[in-house]
Design a protein around this ligand. Structure first.
Ligand code: SF4
Ligand code: SF4
Length: 294
């Protein structure tokens, strides 16, 4: 079983369209489990149309909650909190906002007025889709720890994949280059970077190269919307060649990709024989070859 993680330096590069197209192709010839690790702005479900089979809370850490009825207004919690998360409001009531979960106030409250329940940060789901099982999630507004949720989604996808003896785990990775994307690629067999021919795209690719090298993952590159800037596409290909990173192919800009998304389909389902679909078919073939020869 191999885990393929599809990433891009930033959102809007076509990563999700790539994932949906590769999912379509993978599901036709192999057993695969899919994971959407873009937990801050998940959108793979718009194409996968998941039928949710199980739903669970994502909890991470604990947070202090003051019971007004027990509080004797000594002010110890506010004085001890080094995150300035306890305030005495205009009604003389002590309230917590922005708790970092250190637990200090809980231990020192003389009235035992502070409880420390687990903090709900989002939900995660296991769903049936026409491509196979999808593990996906949603982080609550203003919740943090998206890196932990990404790790959970990947772990659960792996567990489902092992249960069914899958050949592939295909992951729509988190965008950017921060903690969530690190959580997306750590330990992955193969990382496919979807790059747009722009200066920021090239810069992001350099950082992704460093990341993949650090985690010893096989890095592959595909250039999306390659024809919008042929000069930069050549520069990106040159950068990859100089760094020993295989460029699997390029995909031209085509409004059909968006049209397919609007009706909830991958581009392969929408226009099986278009030039974009042919390019993606070739890229999927190359991914399989590069992965299994490793
Ligand atoms: S330490 Fe406890 S009793 Fe004192 S103000 Fe805070 S919650 Fe109230
Ligand atoms: S648990 Fe820690 S961070 Fe949260 S309110 Fe109490 S002292 Fe502040």
């Amino acid at each position: 079983m191999k885990e393929l993680v599809i990433i891009s330096g930033k959102g809007g590069t076509g990563k999700t369209s790539f994932t949906a197209a590769l999912a379509t192709l993978a599901s036709r010839s192999a057993k695969a489990v899919f994971a959407d690790c873009d937990v801050d702005a998940a959108d793979l479900h718009l194409i996968f149309s998941p039928d949710i089979r199980s739903r669970e809370f994502f909890v991470s850490g604990s947070e202090a909650v003051i019971d007004e009825a027990k509080c004797v207004s000594c002010g110890k919690c506010a004085a001890l909190c080094r995150f300035d998360a306890v305030r005495r409001d205009a009604d003389d009531v002590y309230r917590v906002s922005g708790c970092e979960g250190c637990g200090v106030c809980v231990s020192y409250c003389p009235a035992g007025a502070i409880s420390f329940p687990l903090r709900r940060c989002g939900e995660w789901y296991v769903s049936d889709t026409r491509f196979g099982t999808l593990v996906h999630a949603r982080l609550d507004a203003e919740a943090e720890n998206s890196g932990k949720l990404v790790s959970l989604v990947r772990r659960e996808a792996r567990s489902r994949a092992e249960e069914m003896g899958a050949d592939w785990i295909i992951v729509d990775g988190a965008p950017g280059i921060g903690c969530p994307v690190i959580a997306s690629v750590t330990g992955a067999d193969v990382v496919l970077a979807v790059v747009e021919p722009s200066l920021s795209g090239k810069h992001d690719l350099e950082r992704v190269m460093a990341l993949a090298k650090h985690f010893k993952s096989l890095l592959l590159v595909a250039v999306n919307k390659a024809d919008i800037n042929p000069g930069l596409t050549r520069e990106i290909e040159g950068l990859c060649l100089a760094s020993g990173v295989p460029v699997l192919g390029s995909v031209s800009y085509d409004t059909s990709v968006t049209a397919a998304q609007v009706v909830g389909k991958s581009i392969i389902e929408y226009e099986e024989r278009s030039a974009v679909s042919e390019s993606l078919r070739e890229i999927w073939k190359r991914i399989s070859e590069e992965t299994w020869k490793r």
